[in-house]
Design a protein around this ligand. Sequence first.
Ligand SMILES: [Zn+2]
Length: 279
Amino acid sequence: MIELLATETPVIMYSFLFFIGLFFGSFLNVLADRLSKRKTILGRSMCDSCKHVLSWNDLIPIVSYLMLHGKCRYCKAPFSIQYPLAEIFTGVIFVLTWYLSTERLIISADLFGIHIIHIAIVAVLIVMFLSDIRYQIIPDEMQIALLMLGILKVVSLSLFLKGTSLIGLSQDLGMHILYGVGVMSPLLLVFLITKGRGMGFGDVKLAFVMGLILGLLSGFLALYISFVVGGMVGGVLLLTKKGKRKTKIAFGPFLILGLYLMMFIEEDIILFVSRIYGF
Ligand SMILES: [Zn+2]
């Protein structure tokens, strides 16, 4: 019976997380749209075309989209495929994050709260990702939320690893703020030199929190991943002529990718990078 539980529990847990993720995805979609357009996050959802208020059965993740064949029930205007895809994406990322956080990260294995903080961080990152891809904006509300969660993670780990010494805690926090400044500096420099044309200030703020969460070396490695992957995607877009030279590609999604990879599979990334450069 115990063996059965041990094998069955993760399946139930992960299915539950995926299901929760679908509904969260629907909510994060709304947050990304409304925060970017500076609308209130309260109030009922409506169709963008006919402004008809959507009822609960128009808003069930995936199911409504399939039942309505991707069209508004009232005016038949098509809904973007982005929305159900973002819902599925959120479900998948929730499951993946929980797995990596609980099974792969050694440091937090005994600290249940850290896994919850990780899921919350990932939820915020998804809103940032969707906002930056759709509107080339990273909402300040999400920057503040990410900063708070980052501080919460640093404080939790510090208390967990070093006990409740106030001096130790303030030292740790101080160090991580310095890491943030360090990782932010290169992007701030690009921002200042190009007068904001090469880099948005939202990216600079995000890089600060990346440094705060990851530390100096991992933070720089995350930046490195962002520039390499961003450069490759930019190059492909240029070659296929989908993006002209003037087309702005949001950099935020690449920063988010770098942050995610360094948060959850840091060791694999370091091994991979060291193999490429042969050290
Ligand atoms: Zn409509």
